[in-house]
Each structure stands twice: as C-alpha cells, then as structure tokens.
Design a protein around this ligand. Sequence first.
Ligand SMILES: [Zn+2]
Length: 310
Amino acid sequence: MKKVGFAYDDIFLSHKMPQGHPESSQRLVRIIDTLKSKGIWKKLYHLKPRRALEEEITSVHSEQYFERMQTFTGYYDPDTYVSENSFEAALYAAGAVVDAVDRCKNGEIERAFCAVRPPGHHAERDRAMGFCIFNNVAIGARYAQKLGYHKVFIIDFDVHHGNGTQHTFEEDDTVFYFSTHQYPHYPGTGKDTERGKGKGEGYTYNIPMPHGSGDKDYFYAYRDILPRLIMDFRPDIILVSAGYDLHSKDPLSGINVTGEGMRSIIRGIFLRSSLRVIPSIPYIFTLEGGYNLQALGDSVFMTVTEMLED
Ligand SMILES: [Zn+2]
C-alpha cells in the first residue's frame, strides 16, 4: 500500500460564499464525512497544511496582485467572491500543495490529496477568476522544481479548462500541461490548437470535449493518449488538478462521465494498464471543482482508494 497524505484544514471552511453559491464549504464537509464513514480515513497520513509564503505565491502571481488580495473583499468578478478570511484560506490552499511536495521529497509520503478551497486553476498571474484566487497547482509545480523535481507533468480533468495553469507554463518546456474539458464552455480557452508557445510548443495538450461526451471519450483520452505523453515526457513528479465537475450529476457541466468512468480516468493517470517504463514518482492531487455533493464525496473516496494501490 502506498503512503498517501491527506491535506486538510478547517481554515478552508472560513472562505465564505454568498448563499446559493455552488463553491460552498459544504463540499469539503461532504468529502471529510464520506472518507470518515468509509473507514479509509485511518489509512491516510493526515497533513496539517502550512501557509504559503509570499515568494511562493509570487513565483506564479504578480506582486501587485498579491498585495491587492490582502485587503480585497467582495465580488472580484461575477463568479468569484472574496470573503474576510479568503486570503488566508487561499494562502493555506497553495501551502497545502507546497507542503505535500515537501513531504514527498523527504519520503514521509508517496502521494497526496489536498482537499482545499478556494480552488486554483482559473487564477491568472494578475487576477482571480472562476472561484479561484491563487493557482495552487501552478505554485506547487514551481515549488517542486525548486526542490529538484525538474520536470513536472500537470493533468487537469476538471470540466472547465485551466486557463491560468496553461498560461503560466505555455512557454515552458519543463512543465507539461494536459487538460480535458468541456468545450465550448467556461472559460472559453482550451482548443486543441493551443499547444504551447516558443520553446513550450508541444508541451501543452488540450482535449476539448463536446457537450454530451462520456466515459468512452474519456477512456480514449486517459487510457490511449495520456500514458504515451507521460512516458515520452518522463516527469519527475505529477500534479493533478482534480475537478470532479465532469461527473454526469454535476450541475455545472454537460459531460456525462459516470462513477466508473471517473475510476477509469484515475487508473489512466496512475498508468495502471500501461507498460511501466517510468519509475514510481510522486503524485499530488489538488481539489478544483465538483459541485454535486454526493458525486464529489464518492469520487474523492474512489480517488483516494486508487491512490493507496501500488
Ligand atoms: Zn470546474
């Protein structure tokens, strides 16, 4: 069994949303309740996240943006609400990923799931967007490189394209960004012709999924295409933007992936049925979307179950 860390802190509940907003603290409450009720809770290494440092945040975001968010409250855009404690929660959300990288590096754990809010993959260098304040996965990738994980592979299965993550690394040939997402859909980016720029050309791989796509389309993406890309790139670490809003029950998507389809995606990410030509490397998942509470709880339980497998 793999040593799997689970990063969570009650501070994530203090990032408050207006009544009726889909990105509510109930999402994390449901995840924790589900894992506890299934008994898997005791098999996990429970990690207390730390606050990300300013220099870690500004490895991806601008100084001006970081400073602005220290005092900002209210609606940043029509989707993205910032409450009194949101800045602090956002520092811990990024810090959870950074801390998980540290713990993989020192051998304490081999894989981690970071159950965080606010999510991150829409956050751009200079702005919050789409419920996201800081780009947790991108900050984690830069930190991993600082620790010597030179080549980072990011997988993003959220139903929305991770525009912020793509833009952060699109000119970089040391960070590979792979995304499947509904298209056309929010935020509008993620065409298959977006493949990176300059020396980063070929290190961005988008698979847009039309409305109504389902398990077999995702099987193709995660069992036929993704393993080959990972094996060609030979990453030192894999980070996953784990957004569960591609589930057929999710209110924010028109994608019809079932519970079994979700499991197939996770198995593809762990290269289950592929020739294992790369050695075992750390995997760190960080929560992005997922707005049907039952589907979210069940999917995270399934993910963590698969993470424990060798
Ligand atoms: Zn999403």
